[in-house]
Design a protein. Structure first.
Ligand SMILES: *Cc1c(COP(=O)(O)O)cnc(C)c1O
Length: 356
């Protein structure tokens, strides 16, 4: 049975990414060697890395003066690398979810952290709009898509200090005005590839402004100067990401995928709003196009497990919501085809007919 994987991360990938990576693991480019065993200094991998960087820049329309690097450590490592490299005295954070609050907490080891606003009291169901970023902050940190709570910034904000974004779960899902950001980072395993690699897009002139000693492995400048090759980079995940980047370019890039993402999200949110058994958890204007969180209306709450079993039997898997929201979460990243979303909508309608 064809399965649709709604997991929040690691998550569904384009078929071609999986096929090409499987092929390369057997034999990369007819060399008679496996992708698992080639040198990161081989000309094969050098071209894989160079093409990944250039496609990333092309697809996101990254301006001159920015570097793209691939690191290990996950997005969580960036929670400390960002303040290590960018915070002198003070940084501002907006607390829009679990990941945002982890980033904020980590930064406190490096100086004064100003939490400009928080939606914690409303279980992170919205993105605060009313906040002031202190003019003397070294940077302002946002989480562009809150994977756990299903909220998303739908515009790139204009901020008076350097803007830093955790874009783990919506990178390359829509055009971004990269020139508004000093740094954008994220783990690959939501919208790009398998776990094991982290992308960082850095405006070069933001670096070199802190006086503390930065350990080599945590120093962006070292990784930029060494072209992501200061140490052995995650060869296999980078190869897989390249396949996804090629796939994305092939279907028309971020402008084209944004249209599809809007269509998929509209399809599902319309059903959640129409169906008497379900309701969405995030305020409408901040609803994420990537992670759709919904719960059962109180009179049907006893049917939650039955609904999960019902959809799982239809091959619609990993729809259980995060424990901090409950209910269901459909992660419908770039690689989730509209057919998968339609199948979920059909199942919701069928369940309503049977039970409501
Ligand atoms: C998944 C996720 C993270 C954590 O990523 P790791 O690579 O596991 O460290 C951080 N931020 C956001 C927004 C995420 O979705």
């Amino acid at each position: 049975m064809k399965k649709y994987n709604f997991n929040p991360g690691p998550s569904t990938l384009p078929d071609i990414t999986i096929e090409e990576t499987a092929k390369a693991i057997k034999d990369i480019y007819g060399t008679g060697l496996s992708l698992l065993e080639i040198s990161h200094r081989s000309k094969e991998f050098e071209s894989i890395l160079a093409e990944s960087v250039s496609l990333f820049k092309e697809l996101l329309n990254i301006p001159e003066g920015y570097s793209v690097i691939f690191l290990g450590g996950g997005a969580s490592m960036q929670f400390c690398m960002v303040p290590f490299n960018l915070m002198n005295k003070k940084a501002a954070y907006i607390n829009t979810g679990t990941w945002a609050s982890k980033a904020l907490k980590e930064a406190k080891a490096f100086g004064e952290v100003v939490e400009v606003a928080s939606s914690k009291d409303a279980n992170y169901s919205f993105i605060p709009k009313d906040y002031t970023v202190p003019a003397d902050a070294d940077y302002f940190h946002i989480t562009t898509n809150n994977t756990i709570f299903g909220t998303q910034w739908h515009t790139d904000p204009d901020i008076n200090v350097p803007l830093v974004a955790d874009a783990s779960s919506d990178i390359l899902s829509r055009p971004m005005d990269v020139s508004k950001y000093a740094l954008i980072y994220g783990g690959a395993q939501k919208n790009l590839g398998p776990a094991g690699v982290t992308f960082v897009i850095i405006k070069d002139d933001i670096l070199g402004k802190v006086s503390r000693h930065i350990p080599t492995m945590l120093n962006y400048k070292e990784h930029i100067d060494n072209g992501s090759m200061y140490n052995t980079p995650p060869v296999v995940p980078i190869f897989a990401c390249l396949q996804t980047l090629k796939w994305l370019k092939g279907i028309g890039g971020v402008a084209a995928i944004e249209k599809i993402n809007i269509k998929k999200a509209d399809l599902l949110y319309n059903e959640i709003d129409r169906n008497k058994m379900f309701k969405g958890t995030a305020v409408k204007e901040d609803r994420s196009l990537m992670n759709v969180c919904f719960i059962m209306n109180p009179e049907y709450i006893a049917l939650e497990k039955e609904f999960l079993d019902f959809v799982t039997a239809k091959g619609l898997v990993n729809l259980k919501g995060h424990r901090s929201v409950g209910g269901f979460r459909a992660s419908i990243y770039n690689a989730m085809p509209i057919e998968g979303v339609q199948a979920l909508v059909n199942a919701m309608q069928e369940f309503e007919k049977l039970k409501a």
